[in-house]
Write a protein that binds this ligand. Structure first.
Ligand code: C5P
Length: 317
């Protein structure tokens, strides 16, 4: 029997449903050459951390999407209308099961804690939450396997947002295999005031790395460090092949990473395509100490632990 991907969500609810989805960082982001379809071959180790977006979905006569956000989240950068990933999730259901979702709409409210355009897959978290919430609200009974496939169509990072935990990602990132990780690992998270465009960072990677291998680097040592539960070993094994490109586009990111390491973090690294920087610490207290030091120069400094659960139900009526 395959293990369930989505945790504790009843098959069907009648009223409001609140679904929570976590942010991710990449403990390893091995990037290969651009493929014929324009995406890059990836070998990555995703790691879900305790920053969350919550989606409340309620049956309604007309579509409505509203947003509230933590102070550090720049909501101006969230696409509205049909471009919003929640609308794209609904459109996918409409395409695949037109007779079952005909005439259905919903009131969707997103509470965002995950930085926007930050390299932490906040939009992907919203997409995963929308898939699960709309499936349950509309009683579609989509299997976990099919939800993961739909998630992969919405974006490379969306399947992992369903799984959570720690997982190996291959293909363009959409092929997800959970890896054992007992953690806990503690992270300091430093978002930037201005987001970075993922396609622009990949395009700059292409300019800087014209000879990127077809097969990206495999995280053998990192997986061993996770299994050994050794923070210093894990710190040494963290790797992000997009970091050079992102720091070249935003030189101040190199200073942020240096500042976190000077503040005592085991290691600092760019999260995904950036610009958020994350710092591995040895304990919750250590993370709070490093965060306090960084907070002197950075307006927003967060502490998060990982691995945490993927997309899951918070409450329903
Ligand atoms: O899959 P997703 O829509 O999240 O990807 C956003 C963009 O990031 C893509 O349009 C592409 O420019 C870049 N990308 C890539 N290779 C990947 C994943 C994303 O080049 N494996």
């Amino acid at each position: 029997m395959t293990r369930p991907v989505i945790r504790h969500v009843p098959d069907h609810v009648e009223g409001a449903i609140t679904v929570r989805s976590p942010a991710k960082i990449n403990l390893h982001l091995g990037v290969g050459a651009r493929r014929a379809d324009g995406y890059h071959a990836l070998t990555t180790v995703y790691h879900a951390v305790g920053l969350y977006d919550d989606l409340v979905v309620t049956p309604a006569e007309q579509w409505k999407l509203t947003l509230t956000a933590a102070g550090h989240v720049d909501t101006d950068q969230v696409p509205g209308g049909d471009d919003n990933i929640v609308a794209r999730a609904a459109a996918l259901f409409a395409e695949r099961a037109p007779e079952r979702v005909r005439g259905r709409s919903a009131n969707v409210h997103i509470t965002k804690e995950i930085p926007v355009a930050g390299g932490m897959a906040g939009g992907s978290a919203d997409a995963a939450a929308a898939l699960v919430a709309l499936d349950r609200l509309w009683g579609l009974h989509t299997s976990d396997e099919d939800l993961v496939a739909l998630a992969g169509e919405l974006g490379s990072d969306v399947p992992f947002a369903l799984f959570g935990g720690t997982a190996l990602g291959t293909g363009r990132g959409e092929v997800v295999d959970p890896v054992p990780d007992e953690g806990p690992w503690w992270w300091v998270v430093v978002p930037s005031e201005e987001g970075l465009s993922t396609p622009e960072v990949y395009a700059h990677f292409d300019r800087l790395s014209p000879d990127a291998p077809a097969e990206p680097a495999y995280p053998t040592e990192l997986l061993a460090a996770l299994a050994a539960r050794d923070a210093v070993r894990l710190g040494a094994a963290l790797r992000n092949d997009l970091q050079e490109a992102a720091c070249d586009l935003r030189p101040e990111l190199g200073d942020v990473i240096a500042a976190g390491e000077a503040a005592g973090a085991v290691r600092g690294i760019l999260s995904g395509s950036g610009p958020t920087c994350v710092f591995l610490c040895t304990s919750g207290d250590h993370a709070r100490d490093v965060a306090a030091t960084l907070a002197a120069d950075h307006p927003v400094v967060l502490v998060a632990n990982g691995p945490v659960a993927g997309t899951h139900l918070l409450e329903y009526a």
